[in-house]
Write a protein of this length. Structure first.
Lengths: 233, 225, 304
């Protein structure tokens, strides 16, 4: 199916999704999602399994092509905005056979970042040791998630798309990651987090976006839903 | 432009470094190549006078088998942990990745050929009657022909079932003119009976046409879900 | 249009019967005897298969080009350029000298025009997804006709030349490679799990099309060094036989058209059904109307 261009006039300061439909054969993962997200805010996406959260995130990252509808990221398509997007998901997105610093050095070349400095800085920011020569495949789960986050923020993207960053991570590491993300939001980054552990983000996130069966059913400022309220358009 | 080649080089050196670290796959491929040569030696009697006429074909069929084994693992590391997604999300151009992978495969397959060729010379008591130096362009161009399309079709096969079967299935039909060129050219050089110029030109044309096609269409293949 | 189908079917059946009758009663070949009559199946099948594969190629190129307006425009201009250059160039003396023996400038010019015309006709009558449906239709029917060529070829060759196959025979070998390419095309379509299967198949069709001239020339040169018997006969053909041949080709074309039309309609219906089902799943009320209390506030480590 063909992708249509974003159908909305998109001011540069927002991330806009219009009539987004994604079908995998007969299964509709996204059924017409319409939303605008302010830049510089921390959005948490919640919902049961199969609600479409991961599909939405992948569509924002440009990894999934919509069946219908459009996405505008700061006025550009996801593909054109790739420099401004940082993506992290459940798969590690790193080479098991290389150490953390070696992995980041390679990805730094992809983003045309010169020198080691930024790689080391980012590894330290997620609470790991840049000198560690152990290959990433031998890390604990928590360390792997943190290194994956390091890769996502390596090129200082304006927008972060994180899919289940806290899964299988111990509470201490998770809280540190939350602190890091909060700091990034405070410097003006836009953050989207898909998680089942939203309780960690209460008080930090600006908005909770509730999804159900491929649609956004509610958007709240706090981690509670009033089921009697009408759906926000 | 400079960043394109820098990314290609970075990817290529990363692949070579990773391949060097875990030499298991490489060693297995080298041993496989040896086995293929031995099977051929038993199947086609090396004492026969006609051996010089058929060795061109035998050598390249053996190279083809070895190449398929090498090509099938082109994207294996990118599939584990879905690293390919990380590349797709980055602004790095798709063709830089393609060229790096193709060049890496070229080095790998050339290595396997460098092992197998002397074995053929030994087992078949080969003497080159024609201009031996022409074997070099035939080998280089022929290997690139297999590798450039092989890397491309390996990427196409990523989204199919029976991935390892799809690669040779897609590669072999399209490679037929190149295989004819390699085999006929090598045979002509070995026997010295006919000039091999045309086949070198054929291989060059094939390489130019298909390298262009691969570079033009790789982005489409990479972005396929 | 749909009412024309039965009429066309009857007409085609009639044409096929006529063609068969003419094939039986055509003058006997001086050299080969009655065996040569297989030519009336072999050659029209080949021409039909090549035409269908060529349409597949044009449709695939258009399909790929239609992804972006800029590539679409570029492709249109390239095709127009091919038409103009192909029409004028063969008549220029320097170019005329370069043409291989037997290739008339007028036929080259006409072919160039046909290519351009076909491209625009296909674009006009098969918009959007129909291009891909056309591609898959022509590929499948083309493979069938190509199989007929490959079976009738050796059957013809064996009694006449004493061999089943000559590796240096350009036409038969090129047909074999074309068959292999399109069978791999169909396998790719069947085995691909991607959402972009159609694009991948179109890419493969382009690769195949680039390959065919290379196959042709590689075998052509191989033959100059290793002379081979020519299956399929060169040289001139009796005008009476030529007439029968063309009638047979006409009948085959009608038949191919009918089969393609049926297949096309079938594929379009199949896709419409799929879309309708997908649309249904899109519109139906999803999930339980009243979520349980658990869904209010996600607690704990999450359900894996």
């Amino acid at each position: 199916m063909n992708v249509s261009a974003p159908e909305i006039p998109a001011p540069a300061g927002i991330i806009a999704v219009s009539d987004l439909v994604k079908q995998f054969g007969r299964f509709a993962a996204l059924r017409g999602v319409n939303a605008e997200f302010d830049a510089g805010k921390f959005h948490v996406i919640l919902g049961d399994n199969g609600a479409g959260k991961t599909t939405l995130l992948r569509a924002l990252a440009g990894l999934t092509h919509p069946t219908r509808g459009g996405i505008s990221i700061l006025g550009k398509t996801p593909h054109d905005a790739s420099r401004e997007i940082g993506y992290m998901a459940h798969p590690l997105l790193l080479y098991d056979e290389m150490s953390g610093i070696e992995n980041l050095r390679y990805f730094a070349r992809l983003y045309e970042i010169a020198g080691d400095g930024r790689c080391r800085q980012v590894i330290q920011a997620v609470g790991l040791d840049p000198e560690l020569s152990r290959p990433v495949g031998k890390f604990s789960q928590g360390m792997r998630q943190r290194m994956s986050l390091a890769r996502a923020i390596l090129h200082d993207p304006k927008i972060l798309l994180l899919d289940e960053p806290f899964s299988n991570v111990d509470v201490h590491s998770a809280r540190e990651m939350v602190g890091l993300l909060k700091g990034m939001r405070d410097t003006g980054k836009t953050i989207f987090v898909v998680t089942h552990q939203a309780v960690l983000l209460e008080g930090v996130a600006d908005e909770f976006v509730w999804m159900q069966a491929g649609q956004i059913v509610d958007r709240t400022h706090h981690l509670a839903r009033d089921l009697n309220r009408a759906v926000e358009p | 432009m400079r960043s394109f080649w820098s990314i290609t080089l970075a990817t290529l050196t990363k692949d070579i470094r990773l391949e060097w670290r875990s030499k298991d796959a490489l060693n297995a491929m080298l041993f496989f190549s040896l086995l293929v040569v031995v099977i051929f030696v038993f199947s086609f009697d090396p004492l026969a006078e006609e051996s010089r006429h058929i060795v061109g074909g035998l050598v390249w069929v053996a190279f083809l088998f070895a190449a398929v084994v090498a090509l099938n693992q082109t994207w294996a590391r990118e599939l584990r942990n879905q690293v390919l997604d990380a590349y797709r999300v980055s602004p790095a151009p798709a063709n830089a990745l393609f060229l790096a992978k193709a060049l890496g495969n070229f080095v790998l397959v050339s290595l396997l050929e460098a092992l197998m060729a002397p074995l053929f010379v030994i087992f078949y008591n080969l003497r080159v009657l024609g201009p031996a130096w022409q074997l070099i362009p035939v080998a280089l161009l022929g290997t690139w022909a297999l590798v450039v399309n092989g890397t491309f079709f390996a990427a196409m096969s990523l989204r199919t079932r029976s991935r390892e079967l799809m690669l040779p299935l897609l590669l072999f039909p399209v490679s037929i003119p190149a295989v004819l060129g390699m085999v006929a050219g090598t045979t002509n050089i070995l026997t010295g009976e006919n000039p091999a110029h045309f086949y070198i030109v054929l291989l060059l044309t094939y390489d130019v046409v298909f390298t262009t096609a691969c570079l033009a269409l790789f982005e489409t293949v990479l972005q396929a879900e | 249009m749909k009412r024309a189908f039965p009429i066309l079917a009857v007409l085609t059946a009639f044409l096929l019967v006529c063609a068969l009758y003419l094939a039986w009663t055509a003058p006997t070949d001086a050299l080969q005897g009655d065996v040569y009559r297989i030519i009336y199946y072999h050659v029209p099948s080949a021409w039909t298969a090549f035409l269908l594969f060529f349409i597949n190629f044009l449709a695939s190129v258009q399909y790929l080009a239609s992804a972006k307006p800029s590539t679409q425009r570029a492709a249109k201009w390239i095709v127009i350029a091919i038409g103009i250059v192909g029409f004028i160039a063969p008549f220029i003396p320097q170019v005329r000298q370069q043409l291989p023996v037997g290739m008339y400038p007028s036929s080259v010019a006409t072919t160039a025009l046909i290519i351009t015309a076909l491209y625009f006709l296909i674009g006009r009558y098969f918009p959007g997804q129909d291009l891909d449906v056309l591609a898959v239709t022509t590929a499948e029917v083309g493979v069938v006709f190509c199989t007929i060529v490959l079976i009738t070829g050796p059957i013809w060759a064996r009694p006449v030349w004493g061999i089943w196959w000559a590796p240096g025979d350009i036409r038969l070998t090129s047909t074999l490679v074309l068959w292999l390419i399109y069978v791999s095309y169909l396998v790719l379509r069947r085995f691909s799990d991607s959402a972009q299967t159609q694009k991948l198949a179109a890419v493969l069709a382009v690769f195949g099309a680039l390959d065919v001239p290379l196959v042709y020339f590689s075998i052509w040169f191989f033959r100059t060094q290793h002379p081979q018997p020519v299956i399929g006969g060169g040289g001139s053909i009796d005008p009476g036989m030529l007439r029968v041949l063309l009638i047979n080709w006409g009948a085959f074309l009608c038949f191919a058209f009918l089969v393609c039309w049926s297949r096309f309609r079938l594929e379009k219906l199949r896709r419409e059904v799929e879309e309708a089902e997908a649309l249904e799943s899109l519109l139906e009320p999803a999930g339980p109307a009243a979520p349980s209390s658990k869904a209010n506030v996600p607690l704990g480590r999450g359900s894996q």
